[in-house]
Design a binder for this molecule. Structure first.
Ligand code: C5P
Length: 398
């Protein structure tokens, strides 16, 4: 296995598609896995080809789709596929395939590959709720889990048969997350992290506020990645359009003061605080109730908001602190000063003036600095930046 244990990037995923109605979602799943940097090879069961064509999966994956155990007996694809893949993901997984995996029946290509595969296996069941609840299926799943197979449990909702119940295949986002997590080294296992994200809002009356264009993407990427690396994560977020990552404790806040309170409350027992939020530096000195008559406002007096990072940094017993210094263009010295003066252990200098970097983008250009020095990185996805920051953090504890 050429597993790098850093998520799906550069990994080889063997995707088993079995005969559930949900197989029509398989091409989208393939695309989502590829988007994360995986190469995907599909093995289909006969029944699944009634719901989705091999051609669609061939086009989506850009790879040959495998179907029959006896298509090329000399090439023995069941062995080469099992040997050359980092992860075996079966989505959708039917009661039939789960039953075969659990009992050792190997009568088609997919079940034979399962027997020959030695890496991590993730299954996403999809079936009618009666089938999912059946003690035989549950016993099979429990047995597979005892062997280390991971289940991405189905969701409740309206099923293809028209009934309501638990049996709908998990969302593509949850399946991709589980696949990525299965391929990530648990270098933050046992660590408790508090991560902040997004902008803050400072109201001057009931409807008007001061804020900034932070989207929350950097902090959400850190929270998601930290969870995949095995950490217990609390995400404290200002207003953001993003959905909180699964498996993360989530606290929604608006103002800097609310963020401060949520952070201080969450810090109990935490090993690290990662302040990726763009906390507003000022707030209106007075907050009026209702909506102020505009003719009555000539100017707005502002005051400083609490500096959360600096407050935690001054504590005697404090967690490891990672700050983000958003600076417009090349001002590394200011970031270095913040590292020193605010009591942070790691400061991520974030060039908000560079093309494709800073607020609202999917990418970031950063320099990660600590007391020992600084390392500059090219423009990377926020997910990759999250990985670098968390690896640096994990290395402090290694
Ligand atoms: O001083 P500056 O605002 O540039 O510092 C940035 C770092 O400090 C970020 O990590 C930010 O989340 C944090 N910060 C804070 N409280 C504030 C302002 C910034 O914790 N009021």
């Amino acid at each position: 296995m050429k597993q790098k244990k850093k998520g799906l990037k550069n990994s080889a995923v063997l995707l088993g598609v079995t005969g559930s109605v949900a197989s029509y979602k398989a091409p989208d799943l393939v695309k989502a896995l590829k988007q994360e940097g995986a190469s995907v090879t599909v093995v289909m069961t006969d029944a699944s080809s009634r719901f989705v064509t091999p051609l669609s999966l061939e086009i989506a994956s850009g790879n040959r789709v495998y179907r029959g155990l006896f298509d090329e007996p000399v090439a023995a694809p069941h062995i080469s596929l099992a040997r050359d893949s980092d992860l075996m993901l079966v989505a959708p997984a039917t009661a039939n395939s789960i039953g075969k995996f659990a009992s050792g029946v190997a009568d088609d290509l997919l079940s034979t590959v399962y027997m020959a595969f030695r890496g991590k296996v993730v299954v996403a069941p999809a079936m009618n709720w009666r089938m999912y609840e059946h003690p035989t299926l549950q016993k099979n799943l429990e047995y597979l889990k005892s062997l280390g197979v991971e289940e991405v449990p189905p969701e409740e909702g309206r099923l293809a048969c028209g009934e309501e119940g638990r049996g709908r295949m998990a969302t593509i986002e949850r399946i991709v997350d589980a696949a990525s997590s299965a391929l990530t080294e648990k270098s933050l296992a046992g660590r408790k992290l508090v991560v902040t994200a997004g902008p803050t809002r400072e109201y001057m009356d009931a409807v008007r506020f001061m804020s900034n264009p932070s989207s929350g993407r950097m902090g959400y990427a850190i929270a998601r990645r930290a969870r995949r690396m095995g950490a217990e994560v609390t995400l404290v977020s200002g207003p953001s359009e993003l959905s909180p990552p699964g498996g993360v404790a989530f606290k929604a806040v608006e103002s800097a003061e609310e963020m401060r309170e949520a952070v201080l409350e969450s810090l109990k027992g935490a090993h690290a605080l990662i302040m990726a939020a763009a906390v507003g530096d000022f707030r209106p000195a007075v907050k009026a109730g209702g909506k102020t008559e505009k003719s009555k406002v000539v100017s707005i007096k502002v005051e400083r908001t609490p500096d959360i990072l600096a407050e935690v940094g001054r504590r005697k017993r404090r967690p490891v602190i990672v700050g983000f210094a958003a600076e417009a263009g090349g001002n590394l010295e200011r970031a270095r000063k913040k590292l020193r003066e605010k009591g942070a252990d790691i400061m991520v200098y974030n060039d908000i003036a560079a093309e494709g970097s800073g607020f609202g983008t999917d990418t970031n250009k950063v320099v990660i600095m600590d007391k020992g020095g600084a390392e500059e990185y090219p423009l990377l996805s926020k997910d990759e930046v999250a990985g670098l920051v968390l690896e640096r953090l994990a290395s402090l504890w290694a």
